[in-house]
Design a protein around this ligand. Structure first.
Ligand code: NAD
Length: 269
């Protein structure tokens, strides 16, 4: 590994879940810009996924769209099978797919709870477990990267900031944090690097309604003074996946314009 290698993913394949929109799409583009071929996973948005594939191909990389629901074990295994058949074994996996289903705690149904936990937390487990199995099968390709594989989770500032009326979502991201660190601790000696990005408020469909109704309130929570763009996170994902970040293992990189500095306490609380 050259010290000047920088963000170079040439010869690597990356699977991005939930890559037809938002942060997943931006990460797919940034990973491709760094040289990777991309598997664009989507659950039920084939047109949007094809759009992402076109953007990756425009950068000169190969890409394929694969439908799979990350909350279903058989879908996740099929996703990795089809990905490998199309673009070879994955070197990078960005477990990004996620959702919200907000409710007051007293009104939150078991369906509301399960809808979020099954995608955000069980999906993270299924995708992470399959990534590790496939990294082991592939082994280290020293000419490509000193790491056997790179698994990156899309967590949230809500892995540390509690969130009233979103208890299912905050619980899923808090759980994801311990899942990520426990897995990283377990497999780091195999040269598998597992980390998370934790975005603050990023302009995507997941929060379009909240931004439309409460943009000023959201901005008050962001010392850096702007809502994030999907590419703000995508660029960090590409860097974390690269050998420039080879000694970063089991960490969370907050991409939040300083939201986690709790700006409400600036004037003595
Ligand atoms: P988004 O709604 O554009 O993206 C979510 C993607 O996940 C969609 O493409 C959706 O189709 C996909 N998805 C949902 N359920 C799925 C399933 N079962 N199987 C496969 N794909 C599925 O919103 P986004 O903001 O880009 O969200 C991406 C990730 O970023 C989520 O995990 C979210 O929790 C996280 N995040 C977003 C923000 C933000 O402010 N936008 C902040 C913190 C964390």
């Amino acid at each position: 590994m050259s010290s000047s290698k920088g963000i170079d993913l040439t010869g690597q394949t990356a699977i991005v879940t939930g890559a037809s929109t938002g942060i997943g799409e931006a990460a797919a583009i940034e990973l491709a810009r760094a040289g990777a071929d991309i598997v664009v996973n989507h659950r039920d948005s084939e047109d949007d996924a094809r759009d992402t594939v076109g953007k990756v191909e425009a950068l000169g990389r190969r890409a394929v769209a694969i439908q799979a629901d990350v909350s279903k074990e058989e879908d996740v295994i099929r996703l990795f099978d089809e990905a490998e058949a199309a673009l070879g074994p994955a070197d990078v996996v960005f477990s990004n797919a996620g959702r919200q289903k907000d409710a007051k705690i007293g009104d939150m149904t078991l369906d509301d709870w399960n809808a979020v936990i099954s995608v955000n937390l069980t999906g993270a487990f299924l995708v992470g477990r399959e990534a590790i199995r496939r990294f082991r099968k592939k082994g280290i390709r020293a000419e490509i990267s000193p790491a056997m594989g790179k698994l990156i989770y899309n967590s949230s500032v809500h892995q540390v900031i509690c969130w009233a009326f979103h208890a299912n979502y905050a619980a899923s991201k808090g759980g994801m944090h311990m899942l990520m660190q426990s897995m990283a601790q377990e497999v780091a000696n195999e040269r598998i690097r597992i980390n998370s990005v934790a975005p603050g408020a990023i302009a995507t469909a997941i929060n379009a309604a909240e931004r439309a109704s409460h943009e000023a309130d959201i901005l008050r929570l962001i010392p850096y003074g702007r809502i994030g763009e999907p590419a703000d996170v995508g660029r960090v994902v590409a860097w974390l996946a690269s050998d420039a970040a080879d000694y970063i293992v089991g960490q969370t990189i907050f991409v939040d314009g300083a939201m986690t500095l709790y700006p409400e306490f600036r004037g003595n609380g």
